[in-house]
Design a protein around this ligand. Structure first.
Ligand code: COA
Length: 281
């Protein structure tokens, strides 16, 4: 899909880069020539992922980092600069989420998710943004958002509130930092199966039912599809796109459209029903 040197020479930080979608995006960026800084609270996941990438020829630095702590983020960025000399991209991917009836949610439960998702993205974005401004080179910040950032969603209140904050941060800074040649965009993925998200958000056996009912494309997303979108938005060729949130969900979030239910029935029966309703001349 891309030339192999699309991201050559770029240094990109991916938070939560050891597993799941973070790993998929980091791996794709490395294949396209980028140097990677992978961060996570859990070093146990980071090093094996980095080793896998190094075996394919990638230059990868792993740094333990708790995105909730500004000092931890600053130390991580300092290590990245020490190793690579400059930064070109950040992917705010680290997240936390769980299903919970909101009347049962504790203060700590709410705080825990908002700290990781919103404060984590703020800490990384402002620290890396300051570095971009200091370098004078500009840079790209990509945040993993969600389609319920604009619709809201039952049972994931802290995540919905935090992700919508991340989206608005993206749009606010896209304007404020355009003068520094910094672009900020977001991706709103629909269902892309990962162990982390699925174990927390999809009760066993729900997958097939969900595909049939909710996704017009009739399937889940593939990690390489998301990774290609991320690579495109991080590359110079998308230089005029900023403040945008690109949805990649097989049409899932649009299923709320008034008459979309009809698509779930037998197409012949639906066409007959519509013909019967047609006024006769
Ligand atoms: N339902 C209700 N409350 C929950 C919960 C659940 N499923 N899971 C955690 N909580 C509450 C805890 O009870 C605690 O509140 P309390 O002190 O009032 O009891 C609070 O959240 C913090 O939990 P804790 O486990 O101490 O937080 P943590 O910061 O170590 O963990 C989580 C953060 C909860 C988000 C954890 O699931 C995590 O680390 N996830 C990271 C990966 C992830 O979520 N990936 C999916 C992304 S889509």
């Amino acid at each position: 899909m891309f030339q192999n040197d699309l991201l050559k020479g770029k240094t990109i930080i991916v938070t939560g880069g050891g597993t799941g979608l973070g790993k998929a995006m980091a791996t794709r960026c490395a294949q396209l020539g980028a140097q990677l800084v992978l961060t996570s609270r859990d070093l146990g996941h980071l090093e094996p992922t980095a080793e896998e990438m190094r075996k394919q020829g990638a230059d990868v630095l792993t740094v333990p980092c708790d995105v909730r702590q500004p000092e931890s983020v600053e130390a991580m960025v300092a290590k990245a600069i020490e190793r690579f000399g400059k930064l070109d991209g950040l992917v705010n991917n680290a997240a936390g989420n769980f299903l919970c009836p909101s009347e049962k949610l504790s203060y700590n439960g709410f705080n825990s998710i908002v700290q990781i998702v919103l404060y984590g993205a703020f800490n990384c974005t402002t620290t890396v943004g300051r570095q971009f401004i200091k370098q004078g080179t500009g840079g790209t910040i990509l945040s993993i958002c969600t389609t319920y950032a604009w619709t809201g969603s039952a049972y994931v209140l802290p995540s919905a509130v935090a992700k919508s904050g991340v989206l608005i941060m993206t749009r606010s800074l896209a304007v404020e930092w355009a003068r520094h040649k910094i672009r900020l965009n977001a991706i709103a993925p629909g269902p892309f199966p990962t162990e982390g998200a699925w174990s927390r958000l999809a009760p066993p056996g729900m997958g097939e039912e969900m595909i049939a009912k909710k996704i017009p494309a009739g399937r889940f997303g593939r990690h390489d599809e998301l990774a290609n979108l991320a690579a495109y938005l991080l590359a110079d060729g998308s230089g005029y796109i900023t403040g945008e949130c690109v949805t990649i969900d097989g049409g899932e979030w649009l299923m709320g459209g008034e008459f979309n239910e009809y698509t779930k029935h037998d197409p012949t029966a639906v066409a007959q029903m519509m013909e019967m309703m047609r006024p006769k001349k």
